[in-house]
Design a protein. Structure first.
Length: 129
């Protein structure tokens, strides 16, 4: 499987809320790092799997991605995406924000696995500033 195919598989698994496929796209050997938009750091595979299990079970969110850049070498590759994310808050009010998603993949045999997933919220400056 090529890097581009692996990236597409990973993103489709998220879009489709397909936990089984998603888990096949991430490293499970202690190398995986997830940084959330609020800066929280996750490094335990089981905790990351449970986080995604809960997230995928939520029917309210939607996200679209725009691929900004990729870089590929023999053993590692990265993708930078712009994500538009919509959801509803606890009161049912709509929430929308954009963030950058940076994924780092390592080549493992004939596949590429995510070893680093960083989400950085884009702060929108108000017109008053």
């Amino acid at each position: 499987m090529t890097f581009q195919q692996s990236l597409t598989r990973h993103l489709k698994a998220i879009q489709n809320r397909d936990l089984n496929t998603f888990l096949k796209t991430i490293a499970n050997d202690g190398r995986l790092t997830l940084i959330m938009p609020n800066g929280s750091l996750w490094q335990d595979y089981d905790d990351i799997a449970e986080l995604h299990r809960e997230w995928f079970a939520d029917p309210d969110w939607q996200m679209t991605t725009e691929l900004l850049t990729t870089h590929e070498a023999a053993e590692m590759a990265s993708a930078l995406l712009l994500v538009n994310y919509t959801d509803v808050d606890m009161e049912g009010a709509p929430v929308e924000f954009e963030y950058y998603l940076h994924l780092l993949f390592a080549k493992e045999g004939d596949q590429w696995l995510v070893i680093h997933d960083q989400n950085t919220t884009i702060e929108i400056e108000s017109e008053d500033e």
